[in-house]
Design a protein around this ligand. Structure first.
Ligand code: GUN
Length: 301
């Protein structure tokens, strides 16, 4: 059997179209335009690329978009002051401080300083707690697991995962834990596996839904996959690609796609799977923040 490829790029484009339409509708009905502020500290090249694409996408959606580029030597105090200003700015509905921050800045302190109702990353304790207690209507859910969840719903053709076993490999606060909570909220039976798990392949083979979020290139091999399972690959790993020339690299996921596609029922590719969903969900979260601020209903995605 060859699995269906889950086309994240196409689903992300659909989400963006919904966000654009709902943004125009919100502006027409309430006069509110969603506003997003992205803060980047320092010159990390990968972060610069991400931040530029977030700004471009926000503009495409019809948002107000501001990017604050701060010097790598910026103090905690100055960064916290900027967050305070953005918290108080009624034209801003989403604040994202790009991570990682330079080593001298306390990341946790900065994240917890963002107003929870503008925390479009979903990293604030209030949003983590709302997700953990099932208060999804007023929470911000972290973008990568939220996007992965949408791909699972599309692949399986349902939102209620009752009776299905889900295994999430990886226990990070940004992906693994929120992913597990989302699956649980959708009635799946959820196991979180990690580097200390015994006989991971056997556990993974119990999964009707297998999510890999570990950051280890092609770690999930065919023997991890239950025939017909839905496999979601959150990994983005850059590996050497000598076949493309000296010093060349390419992106691979945490899943050995070529092997697992022969066993799974549906599977996300890398690139073009979960990746494009992350930025689309950031736009959806920002729109949701603006809708809540205006007393309007965010669109169902
Ligand atoms: N750096 C890499 N991914 C992310 C993300 O999702 N949010 C933020 N704020 N920084 C990141």
């Amino acid at each position: 059997m060859t699995a269906t490829r889950i086309e994240g790029k196409a689903v992300a484009a659909e989400v963006i179209e919904k966000v654009k339409a709902a943004t125009a509708d919100l502006a027409a009905k309430t006069g509110v335009t969603p506003g997003i502020a992205v803060v980047i500290v320092g010159e990390d090249p990968a972060s610069q690329v991400y931040v530029r694409s977030k700004g471009r996408m926000a503009e495409e959606c019809g948002f107000k978009s501001v990017t604050h580029r701060l010097d790598a030597s910026t103090s905690d105090t100055d960064l916290l002051a900027l967050v305070g200003t953005l918290n108080a700015d009624a034209s801003i509905h989403g604040i994202l401080v790009q991570l990682p921050l330079p080593g001298h800045i306390d990341e946790g302190k900065v994240i917890q300083a963002i107003a929870p109702e503008k925390d479009v990353d979903g990293f604030h304790f209030i949003n983590v707690g709302k997700l953990g207690t099932g208060e999804l209507d007023s929470a911000f859910v972290p973008c990568t697991p939220a996007g992965s969840m949408l791909l699972i719903e599309r692949a399986l053709g349902k939102r209620d995962l009752s009776g299905l076993n889900a295994v999430v490999i990886g226990r990070s606060n940004i992906v693994g834990k929120p992913m597990a909570n989302l699956l649980l909220a959708a009635n799946a039976t959820v196991t979180i596996a990690h580097s200390r798990t015994r006989d991971l392949p056997a556990l993974a083979r119990t999964a009707d839904i297998l999510v890999a979020a570990v950051g280890r290139p092609r770690m999930v091999t065919a023997d991890f996959v239950k025939p017909g399972a839905c496999v979601i690959d959150v990994g983005i790993n850059r590996i050497p690609a000598p076949e493309k020339g000296e010093g060349a690299t390419r992106l691979v996921g945490d899943v050995d796609f070529d092997a697992c596609v022969e066993v799974a029922g549906s599977i996300t590719p890398v690139p073009g799977g979960v990746g494009p969903m992350t930025i689309a969900m950031l736009m959806a979260n920002t729109l949701a923040g603006a809708c809540r601020a205006a007393g309007a209903q965010p669109p169902v995605l």
